[in-house]
Design a protein around this ligand. Structure first.
Ligand SMILES: C[S@@+](CC[C@H](N)C(=O)[O-])C[C@H]1O[C@@H](n2cnc3c(N)ncnc32)[C@H](O)[C@@H]1O
Length: 294
């Protein structure tokens, strides 16, 4: 099985517009990464620095016609969007191999470790999550994931909790929550591939019994104790009211995937339903944490 991958380099301001366009064009998944953190695809030396800020990876079915895809891509974007791009054929195996060379155990906060399965956890008594890179986003290398993992690590009262991981990708946040003691963890994603990856990763970590997966349209839940969502700013803003309905008064919400320049608009959208909103920055990305109003 192979995939057609469109790799787009752009500046941080245009991530949302381009990601939305790629979704509109039928991408199976759209993920992004800070180019500086990702040595796999070195930017060409003559690339304007601003275009190197962010790299968007969009995966399409293998039988997608590349010419028609590029034609439509240009048609849906505004003419002044700064970008460079490259089309690649990607086999599942290749995807895994390129990441393996750059993936090593990483610690988040005091006790949470993400370890690839081919390494030995450096601290066997820590909370170790075994996670291998795959097609779904979420290995901990991206600051947006790291911000959520650091928040999770700082929680001391997860025993018996019900958690929602909205935009679960690899399931990394739901699995971390389960390993920290929460008993019912709902992993939700628009991408069926992410739900498969989450189930697979949950099994490898021995927490399958605590993880439930669902597409957003199939997801109904009375209320949870915590909601984490690492998706882009625009979907987060659209989902503010829905998320508020999933939480009782006083329950925390953790939002990530937000550029520093977008923090104010996310805070404004959530202030209607949540209070004590705080913003934490990491490498140009922010996490917003708040508590459901009473
Ligand atoms: C940046 S990844 C986050 C993955 C993982 N939770 C992490 O923290 O690393 C965002 C995920 O959200 C999913 N997603 C994007 N928009 C969504 C939406 N409106 N509803 C549910 N999932 C969405 C994407 O398919 C992707 O898997």
């Amino acid at each position: 099985m192979s995939w057609l991958q469109l790799v787009v380099n752009t500046d941080a301001e245009h991530v949302d517009e381009i990601s939305d366009s790629l979704t509109e064009l039928g991408a199976l998944s759209v993920t992004w990464q800070d180019a500086a953190d990702q040595p796999v695809y070195e930017p060409p030396l003559n690339t304007t620095p601003i275009w190197q800020n962010t790299r968007i990876l969009a995966l399409f079915e293998e039988d997608t016609d590349p010419e028609s895809l590029l034609l439509h891509f240009h048609a849906v974007l505004s003419a002044d969007v700064p970008l460079s791009y490259e089309l690649q054929r990607l086999a599942d195996q290749e995807w895994t191999r390129v990441w393996m060379s750059d993936f090593h155990p990483m610690r988040f906060g005091e006790r949470l470790w993400i370890c690839p399965s081919w390494t030995s956890p450096p601290e066997p008594d820590a909370v170790n999550i075994l996670l291998d890179p795959g097609l779904a986003f979420g290995t901990g290398t991206h600051p947006t994931t790291a911000l959520c993992l650091e928040w999770l690590d700082a929680q001391t009262n997860f025993a018996g909790k019900r958690v929602i991981d909205y935009g679960c990708g690899s399931g990394i946040l739901a699995i971390a929550a389960a390993k920290l003691g929460s008993t019912e963890n709902w992993a939700v994603d628009i991408d069926p591939q992410a739900l498969l990856a989450t189930r697979d990763n949950a099994e490898k970590n021995g927490v399958s019994a605590m993880i439930y997966t669902a597409l957003p349209e199939a997801f109904t839940l009375p209320q949870a104790d915590v909601l984490l969502a690492n998706i882009l700013a625009n979907p987060l803003i659209s989902l503010a009211k829905t998320f508020a309905e999933y939480l009782p008064a006083g329950a925390p919400i953790v939002l990530s995937g937000i550029l520093q320049t977008q923090a104010d608009m996310v805070v404004t959208a959530y202030a209607t339903y949540f209070e004590q909103l705080s913003v934490t920055e990491k490498e140009g990305w922010v996490r917003v944490v708040g508590y459901k109003r009473g």
